[in-house]
Design a protein around this ligand. Sequence first.
Ligand code: PMP
Length: 457
Amino acid sequence: MNDRIDSTARYRALDAAHHIHPFSDTAELNGAGSRVIVKADGVYLWDSDGTRIIDGMAGLWCVNVGYGRRELLDAASEQMQALPYYNTFFRTTHPPVVELSDMLAQLAPACFNRFLYCNSGSEANDTALRAVHRYWALQGKPHKRYVIARRNAYHGSTIAGATLGGMAYVHEQMPSKMEHVAHIDQPYWFGEGGEMDADAFGAERASQLEAKIVELGADNVAAFIGEPFQGAGGVIFPSSTYWPEIERICRKHDVLFIADEVIGGFGRTGEWFAHRHFGFEPDVITMAKGLTSGYIPMGAVGLSDRIANVIVEGGEFNHGFTYSGHPVAAAVAVANLKLLRDEGIVARVKNDAGPYFQKQLREALSGHPIVGEIHGAGLVAGIQLAEDPAARKRFDNGGEVGTLCRNFSFNDNLVMRASGDRMLLSPPLVVTHDEVNEIVARAKAAIDATAKALNIR
Ligand code: PMP
């Protein structure tokens, strides 16, 4: 035990001395000390003091097959021995990237048959923009360069990803952004719907896309990008009127539709891709996270035939990375997709684990004095905290309330994330019913403790 405490203290001291954490107030974190995670299995993590934590977030929405899958380790180790690295620039290819591309073509909707690779979700969105701009240039319409995104969307942290993302607190720290990006409002009815009913509001928010296209001139607009459901923005599911209208507007004005499937892809909603859950058809799909279940970094972009054929026939496309289609990452992705498919993990999210999770969450939390709404499908959920749920009145200090709730949950060894005043859950797709019960019970305990701390009963 003393060894553990010593090593925890040592890790914390070295971490504080030399490591700057993503999206963190590092000085504040160093004062408190980071939690040191040392191992994981299934849906559980263990810290350096031996404490077991249940991971209600699948890491960062990515460990879809759960931790500790031997098949992925073996795939990586065999590939490292056979061919640890080679690029795909010099008129070469290698078996893992070929296998992966073939599998993705089978798993994605029929019109997606060609894929480009990168190392993250941010790079996937950057790559999507490069491809979209290339497509329009080859079509003789280079002036189609604007990309329309949404406020409170998350598309990554590179300059392009963070510009596309509509997070005000990120933009504040970006004196220089990517050119030709415009934003419209998000379809967040609880917070922004006012007196409108949810469906009318969804249609109104979608109509902002048309207004923006008209304002910029359809001849100048290349694409619209959206997460099928906003993930980091709070697991916001738009009302059913929203996506059909967005799709109609994109088609009418010949604006390409990019679906950011970085969180939604690979089974999260019970479909292989979240746009299938909502029933729309994008032109470009960006992927990462669940592609490898986070075991190794990898991102990808799927181009529908309409775009892919033009780019393929259009001469050299001057884009790519040293690690595009990295053989070890591709081998892990193939092993991961086989598990998701052959063990029926995605199907189980749709037919069993997903409905069970959604039901348990609603049974535990509907009518709770500080729960305003619960959004989600499959194994993803956003829980809106509110001062007066019936009146849709949010807390004035919602961010602090979310953090308070997140801290209760953290201290009770459930990883649940806060996005402002919404609590987010997205467990590994292999979660059992008992583990769902444990996650829901702990989430409720954290929300109860929050209500108590605020003197709301
Ligand atoms: N798109 C979405 C929808 C995301 O949620 C994220 C990451 N959370 C990204 C893009 C960026 O991915 P990465 O952090 O791998 O660059």
